[in-house]
Write a new protein. Structure first.
Length: 295
């Protein structure tokens, strides 16, 4: 029996080594062009820099004039959270500061992504329509991009105005659209950029390809709306359930102040409070993960 145990254990180790070896070989083939440490370092540095620039873009909503205003708003929110923590939750100051900074970065990132995506979905079909009408009238692609910058309002219109100005100055097409794609990293925009670059370098039936892309985007938006409609009830139920602990906490302060004082001020009671907060966050994360997997 002992011999069989060692045999099964050895077989498992060999299987693990074989799987790891195959994985490393595949990984090496995929990254064959990135053998140099300097190349990897430069690529990582560029990715980090692009991420930081995109976060700043989200924080300012694409307008640097909003920087001071948003910093003041965050400072006021920080004061409110600090007061709440000092009087009720009572996390250690170091832990609170770390959690606040991480939460601030994460919230700005997620809200910026959501706002950017919503704005893109609203305005990009207008870009397709303007390009279709412009190319149908016989104007050049650069003139069509200029018209997009003038006719479309908001950050999307400003983005196309910047694209037109940079291309008109003779900047590299790849660099111009890569910078734009870093701010709007969506598959629809990637296909659009590929079409524009191909047309600028080789020519082709611009109007027909743009029309097909417009139809594909419209179908994708319809499907996204259907998915949101199908999951709306579950999302609403999750939000209502998440509000129960907060409501119960406030209700306890009014009806049983001694229990509220125990939970807030007593070290043993704060353990219960931390457990409730942690389990609530974990539950919301699991619900979010399941919703994302289902859609």
């Amino acid at each position: 029996m002992t011999l069989l145990y060692y045999f099964v254990f050895a077989f498992g180790v060999l299987l693990l080594l074989f799987t790891a070896s195959a994985w490393f070989k595949t990984h090496k083939k995929i990254n064959a062009r990135e053998t140099s440490f300097t190349e990897k370092l430069n690529k990582t540095t560029k990715k980090v820099n692009d991420t930081v620039q995109l976060w700043i873009y989200y924080f300012t909503s694409g307008d640097k004039n909003n920087l001071v205003r948003n910093i003041i708003i965050h400072f006021l929110i920080f004061i409110g959270l600090y007061y709440l923590n000092a009087n009720y939750i009572r996390f250690p100051n170091q832990a609170f500061m770390i959690a606040e900074v991480i939460g601030f970065i994460f919230v700005i990132w997620k809200l910026g992504q959501r706002r950017n995506r919503k704005l893109f979905n609203e305005k990009f079909p207008e870009v397709i329509q303007v390009l279709n009408s412009a190319t149908s009238s016989g104007v050049s692609l650069l003139q069509a991009l200029e018209r997009c910058g003038k006719d479309i309002t908001g950050p999307i219109g400003e983005e196309f105005a910047i694209i037109y100005k940079r291309l008109a100055r003779g900047e590299d097409v790849m660099a111009v659209f890569q910078d734009s794609y870093s701010r709007y990293p969506y598959k629809e925009f990637y296909f659009f950029i590929s079409i524009i670059r191909t047309n600028l370098s080789r020519g082709g039936q611009m109007r027909e390809v743009i029309s097909r892309l417009g139809r594909a985007i419209a179908d994708s938006n319809k499907m996204e709306q259907k998915k949101k409609a199908m999951t709306s009830e579950a999302r609403m139920s999750a939000a209502i359930v998440a509000c129960f602990p907060v409501g119960f906490f406030l209700f306890m302060k009014v009806t049983t102040p001694e229990n509220f004082d125990f939970v807030v001020n007593d070290p043993a009671g704060r353990i219960i409070l931390y457990y409730v907060v942690g389990s609530e966050l974990l539950g919301m994360f699991i619900i979010w993960w399941l919703m994302r997997k289902s859609t």
